[in-house]
Structure formats: structure tokens, C-alpha cells
Ligand binder design. Structure first.
Ligand SMILES: C[S@@+](CC[C@H](N)C(=O)[O-])C[C@H]1O[C@@H](n2cnc3c(N)ncnc32)[C@H](O)[C@@H]1O
Length: 267
């Protein structure tokens, strides 16, 4: 299962293709900044706009340590560190993404505060209470075992710290048609209802503070995909990319799925 998920996301030459896209968009790739990458390195609905909305929900301060679970190529981690001054650690199961995240972070000069490591959200390699906050952005759709995922995120977050989830969740009836952006087939697609996340959170000692539906952002994102990078967020080479996008868009418009933000607090 893991291999399938990793081969779904992982590709060679991610950074090289991304730099080509950026150069084509007129960016000076020898002097890269976090904001040059914003359209290209965030693999969630609403991209940078969603991250801007999520940031105040986290309550992060400059001396905080944040864990980003399923960090992809590091866009959200760099954004959080850049805007808040905090230290951010990303973990991800796809080796090519961990390497790309590390290299892009070096290129924007944030390596002293942002780092990445190959690891699973269901087996987090850090001690209890280590982080002030933990984030999960569009990763739960790949993880069947929500109770273990939330328990692990709660374990490594300090008491009174925040766990922020931003996932596509099921809110209506109807079949999901694959391929989807997060899964080529249903075998590794685990889209769940908000109640499943909330039950897992509560069992892990996390109180549900807020549940926000980002459906407006999703509809705007899917209907005006003008900022989509030419070779796709994973650095191109995906012949089914248009199908994935179309299927996700249909499911959002049909009211089957929507991006939900859950603000959870460790008691
Ligand atoms: C849609 S991408 C989102 C990446 C990033 N959070 C963002 O918003 O840009 C999903 C990511 O979750 C990672 N992932 C899936 N299952 C995981 C697991 N069990 N533990 C850690 N990462 C996982 C994938 O490798 C991929 O990088």
C-alpha cells in the first residue's frame, strides 16, 4: 500500500522541473524566495490562499516549534516558518518529496529553521510534547488509520498546543471517481467524514475547537485554475493530471467532498 502511495507521488527531477517552470514564469531562480514558490509548492486545495487563511488558526509565535505531517515538497513548512519566525520540521513518506523539500529550503535560505525527514504520520519519530503545534494538510486522504494518526500528532504536541487538520472530507453521498489528485485508485484513498476525524481526535485527548468549511475557496480554486503550474505540482510527468483535477472538481461541485479545517487543542 505504502509503495503504491509513494509511487503515486514520487517522481525524479522534481526540483529541476520546478525550476524550469519558475524560469518560464519569469522568476530569477538564482535568487529564489518563499513567495516565488507559493503557487508551485503547496499541494492542497487553495494553495497559498488556503495557507494564509489557516495561519491565524495556529496561533504560532517566533519561538515555537511546529511539526508538519505529510510535508510534501515543503511549501507549507517554508510558508509557516517565513511568516512566523518559527522552526518547522516536516515529515513525509515519499523520499523524492523529502529530498526536494530539503533542496528547495536550502535554495530559499531557510535551512537553519526548516528541515525534513522521511517518516510516517502514524509512527512519528519524536518524543512526547516536543512541538507547540502540529499541522496536517491534505494527507489524511491517504491514511486509513485516523485514530493512530491523530494519537501520534497529539502525543508529540505539548499540552495546550494546537493540532490543525486541513483535509478533503466526505460531506455528501455518492461515489468518488478515480483517479483523484491524492490517489490513482480507491485502494489507497481514505476520504472520511469530519465525524471520523473528530472521534479520533477526541479519543486522542484533543478537544475540537473549530470546524471550518473551505468550500468557497475550493469552488474558486477549481473553477479558476489560472495559477496551476505548467508541469503540475509534483513536477510534471503525470499523464492523468487533467483527469484527477476534473474528478476532484466534480466531487466538490456535487457536494460529496469539501476541504475542512479542524482546529484541535490538546488538553
Ligand atoms: C497532497 S500531498 C500534500 C503535501 C503538503 N501537505 C502540502 O499541502 O503541500 C500529500 C502528502 O502526504 C504524504 N503522505 C501520505 N501518507 C503519509 C503518511 N502516512 N505519513 C507521512 N506522509 C504521508 C505524501 O507523500 C504526500 O507528500
Amino acid at each position: 500500500m505504502t509503495d503504491t502511495m509513494q509511487s503515486h507521488y514520487g517522481r525524479e527531477g522534481i526540483v529541476e522541473r520546478l525550476l524550469e517552470d519558475l524560469a518560464e514564469a519569469g522568476v530569477d531562480t538564482d535568487r529564489l524566495g518563499v513567495d516565488d514558490l507559493g503557487t508551485f509548492d503547496e499541494f492542497h486545495v487553495g494553495r497559498r490562499e488556503a495557507s494564509e487563511r489557516l495561519l491565524p488558526l495556529l496561533g504560532v509565535e517566533a519561538d515555537h516549534m511546529i511539526l508538519d505531517v505529510g510535508s510534501g515538497i515543503g511549501g507549507p513548512a517554508r510558508f509557516l516558518a517565513d511568516r512566523t519566525g518559527a522552526h518547522v520540521t516536516g515529515i513525509d513518506l515519499t523520499p523524492e518529496f523529502v529530498d526536494a523539500a530539503t533542496e528547495l529550503t536550502r535554495r530559499v535560505g531557510l535551512s537553519d529553521r526548516v528541515s525534513f525527514r522521511l517518516a510516517s504520520g502514524t509512527d512519528i519519530p519524536f518524543e512526547d510534547d516536543r512541538f507547540d503545534a502540529a499541522t496536517l494538510m491534505h494527507v489524511g486522504m491517504n491514511i486509513e488509520d485516523k485514530p493512530t494518526l491523530l494519537a501520534e500528532m497529539a502525543r508529540v504536541t505539548r499540552p495546550d498546543g494546537t493540532v490543525l487538520v486541513y483535509d478533503l472530507m466526505r460531506v455528501g453521498e455518492g461515489d468518488l471517481v478515480h483517479p483523484m489528485p491524492w490517489a490513482s485508485n480507491p485502494a489507497f484513498s481514505f476520504v472520511d467524514r469530519p465525524a471520523v476525524y473528530e472521534a479520533a481526535a477526541q479519543a486522542a485527548g484533543l478537544a475540537v475547537i473549530e470546524r471550518l468549511d473551505f468550500g468557497d475557496l475550493a469552488r474558486a480554486f477549481f473553477d479558476t485554475p489560472k495559477d496551476t503550474p505548467p508541469s503540475g505540482p509534483a513536477g510534471g510527468g503525470d499523464p492523468r493530471r487533467a483527469d484527477r483535477f476534473r474528478n476532484a472538481r466534480s466531487a466538490v461541485h456535487a457536494g460529496i467532498i469539501t476541504p475542512i479545517a479542524l482546529v484541535l487543542k490538546k488538553s
